[in-house]
Design a protein around this ligand. Structure first.
Ligand code: ADP
Ligand code: MG
Length: 709
């Protein structure tokens, strides 16, 4: 950066063509400084290849045209709808455009304006375009009095069609600040902004050469003023890399901070218990389980504390791997705890571990809110003396008064329910135990690296052999009767089943009512079966009782809303019916389906769609059973924007990167980020100082969250 004040850091207010009022509107777009404006990039481009010649438009087509307004006006129709119409002309011909119900456009669109419009071509006294979207590319008035500092577009002849190679950038706009105004401001200031930026580039030149990416200034210039749309992608990737690299650097620092500043334990006792378990298991670990276990084992043997995410589909066998990690802890004379999101799941884990580890002489202790009185005092005492070696519990484990004699490992089941905050609380409880976070919600590796990049990642991407895939059927309302007959057959054979209702417009009351109605119908339909109802309006004691009755096999059919426990394990349950399935996300559907198929019998998942044809999402759900594949599909269908919106970091993390396309850049950025931080955790070497500076610029607000690890 050059000496003196740079307009990059100054408020946009002082840029040409802005001023205080417009600056406020720019603020709505999160554009505060000159630098922000430079990074406020078009979200799409139009050029000759995307623009249709007016003479060639066909009825029924979706078209984009660019033309001059040759006449316009508001015409009332018989139904008292006021329609704004404008006739556009390009070099090839003319067409009428109509905006029903938007008469006010008459005030913003003038005769002589150059307009880009896109939408369907209809038949209405001839061809008519009904724009979904339109942009005033230039004003009749601008063209008459073009300022000296003209853009390529303004100095071009007043084209009726864009010449080959002419590209119009389209910017994200906001109320009171049109696309065209933004473009004008950018064009007025671009040269100065870029010259202030100079050679400044947060990404080293040799990396760019290795990755065949352009330097920053060139990328920004091209993105604002491309001469061909084909140039754009390479420049977007340049910004995507920068973004991914710094995010990974942020993660790498959080990881390093924990590894270097906090002491952990090196678990390196002889593998007596772990070996005994492996020998006692009635099966062999899958290759994926072995890989995950050896990653965990190696990580635990190091003295830096482990912080690892163990991802695996429902039923992939995470529990055994967690058990091995806990035994390794116990071998080294320390205590292992596993924390479940609910009491019920904690109790389920306790039973599982009792069965699995009891024969090895390891008896799990339980500590939940439901453990009270004398039992609680005893548990606390055993935890404090170190007699309790494996403790299963809930949040109760991290409350006041729980004092571990020698904490070594915490396993956290279901990471999405335990946020950053809980992880921090665990860290604060004295020395740093190793942490293993288990998640049964598969997400694409790319997304995991972006969201949980501060954790190391182990993935179990393979199911144990011999599983019968759950048969999935996506059906319309006409199949309801047949489906419930089928359900009746299964129930009559002694199987258990679930019928699930989705959240109704975020209203627990409505949702409860819908489930209640269904519950009554099903009770009437299956008089010999014990049917129970479970929804969010019940007290926790009632909910608990319904769940327990189902677990014990006393209830045959459970009609429930989404309050149902995600980790519940009832091997005798073979049918899962999901109502109004469009309301669920793919991940949730997959979780629900995972409640069946846990025993020896063939299991079924029937999902109903309310619409005429099933959505793309449901079609994918019917075809695919692999959670990771479904997660990739979900990312593709929904787009990543949706996935970040409500994430725990509370902010959109990625603006330029597209996870489905930029995985190579993500890996490249991560490798470099980890390498740098390993060699220089404080980023204090001269070559790295600018990285630190850049991190501060980007994540000042966010980094506080990452002091967590
Ligand atoms: P997850 O916790 O990942 O959903 P679990 O650990 O509960 O899965 O395992 C599901 C079932 O598969 C359990 O009954 C478990 O004993 C069994 N299992 C785990 N690993 C294997 C394996 N390698 N081969 C056969 N069965 C296995
Ligand atoms: Mg499990």
């Amino acid at each position: 950066m050059k000496g003196g004040r740079s307009i990059l850091r100054e408020s946009v207010q002082y840029l040409k063509g802005v001023g205080p009022r417009r600056a406020e509107r720019f603020a709505k777009l999160d554009v505060h400084t000159g630098r922000d404006l430079l990074y406020h990039l078009p979200y799409r481009y139009e050029d000759a290849t995307t623009v249709d010649a007016i003479s060639e438009l066909k009825v029924g087509q979706d078209a984009t045209v660019i033309g001059r307004v040759v006449s316009k006006g508001v015409i009332p129709t018989r139904r008292r709808l006021r329609v704004f119409r404008a006739v556009l002309r390009d070099g090839s011909g003319h067409i009428e455009c109509a905006w029903p119900g938007r008469p006010w456009l008459d005030r913003t669109i003038d005769k002589g304006d150059l307009l880009l419009a896109s939408g369907p071509v209809r038949f209405y006294h001839g061809r008519q375009l009904q724009p979904r979207e339109h942009i005033v590319l230039s004003r009749a008035s601008d063209d008459r009095a073009a300022p000296a500092d003209t853009s390529a577009e303004r100095s071009a002849p007043p084209a009726e069609r864009p010449a080959a190679g002419r590209v119009f950038p389209v910017y994200p706009a906001t109320e009171g600040l049109t696309h065209r105004q933004i473009r004008a401001v950018v064009q007025l200031n671009l040269s100065r902004l870029l010259s202030d930026l100079g050679e400044e580039d947060p990404v080293p030149g040799d990396w760019l050469r290795e990755l065949s990416l352009p330097p920053l200034a060139e990328a920004l210039r091209t993105l604002h003023r491309p001469s061909a749309v084909a140039e754009v992608e390479r420049c977007r990737r340049r910004l995507a890399f920068e973004e991914l690299f710094f995010l990974q650097l942020l993660h790498a620092r959080a990881r390093a901070r924990l590894r270097h500043e906090v002491r952990g334990f090196a678990f390196d006792a002889p593998p007596t218990l772990t070996r005994a378990l492996l020998e006692a298991l009635p099966f062999k670990l899958t290759a994926a389980q072995r890989r995950a276990w050896s990653e965990i084992e190696a990580d635990m043997a190091r003295s830096a504390p482990m912080n690892r995410l163990l991802q695996g589909d429902v039923g992939s066998g995470k529990t055994v791997v967690a058990a091995l990690a806990m035994l390794k802890t116990i071998e080294a004379g320390r205590q292992a705890a596993i924390m479940a999101p609910t009491e019920l799941l904690a109790e389920q884990h306790r039973r599982t571990f009792e069965k699995m580890l009891g024969p090895l002489g390891v008896e799990p202790d339980l500590l939940t809110g439901a453990v009270t009185g004398k039992a609680r005092r005893q548990a606390l005492e055993r935890i404090a003396t170190g007699d309790a070696r494996l403790i299963v519990g809930t949040h109760a484990l991290i409350q006041e008064g729980v004092d571990f004699a020698a904490p070594g490992l915490v396993v956290i089941d279901e990471q999405h329910r335990f946020g950053v905050e809980q992880r921090r609380r665990l860290r604060e409880s004295g020395e740093a135990p190793d942490a293993l976070v288990m998640s049964a919600t598969p997400i694409p590796r790319s997304l995991a690296l972006v969201l949980y990049g501060d954790l190391d990642l182990s993935i179990i991407d393979e199911l144990p052999p011999g599983r019968r895939p759950i048969r999935t059927a996506v059906r319309g309302p006409e199949s309801r009767d047949a489906a419930f007959d089928f359900l009746g057959d299964q129930l009559a054979q002694g199987r258990q089943a679930y019928v699930i209702y989705p959240l109704v417009e975020e209203s627990e009351a409505l949702e409860a009512r819908a489930a209640t109605v269904m519950f009554e119908q099903l009770q009437a339909r299956f008089p010999d079966i014990a049917v129970r109802l479970l929804h969010g309006r019940l007290s926790s004691a009632e909910k608990d009782d319904a769940m327990r009755s189902f677990l014990a096999g006393d209830t045959g059919l459970l009609v429930a809303t989404t309050v149902i426990e995600v980790g519940i394990d009832v091997p005798n349950a073979t049918v899962m019916i999901i109502e109004d399935a469009e309301r669920f996300g793919l991940a949730q559907l997959h979780q629900l389906r995972g409640r069946v198929g846990r025993g020896a019998e063939q299991s079924y998942c029937i999902v109903f769609h309310a619409s005429e044809t099933p959505s793309e999402r449901l079609v994918a759900f019917e075809k695919k059973t692999d959670g990771f594949e479904l997660a990739e599909e979900d990312l593709r269908i929904r787009g990543q924007g949706d996935l970040f919106g409500k994430e725990q970091h509370g902010a959109v993390l990625l603006r330029f990167a597209q996870l489905d396309r930029d995985f190579d850049l993500l890996e490249a950025g991560r490798r470099r980020a980890r390498g740098i931080v390993e060699a220089d955790p404080g980023l204090s070497k001269p070559a790295h100082r600018r990285f630190r500076h850049e991190l501060d610029l980007r994540y000042a607000r966010r980094e506080a969250l990452y002091h967590v690890g």
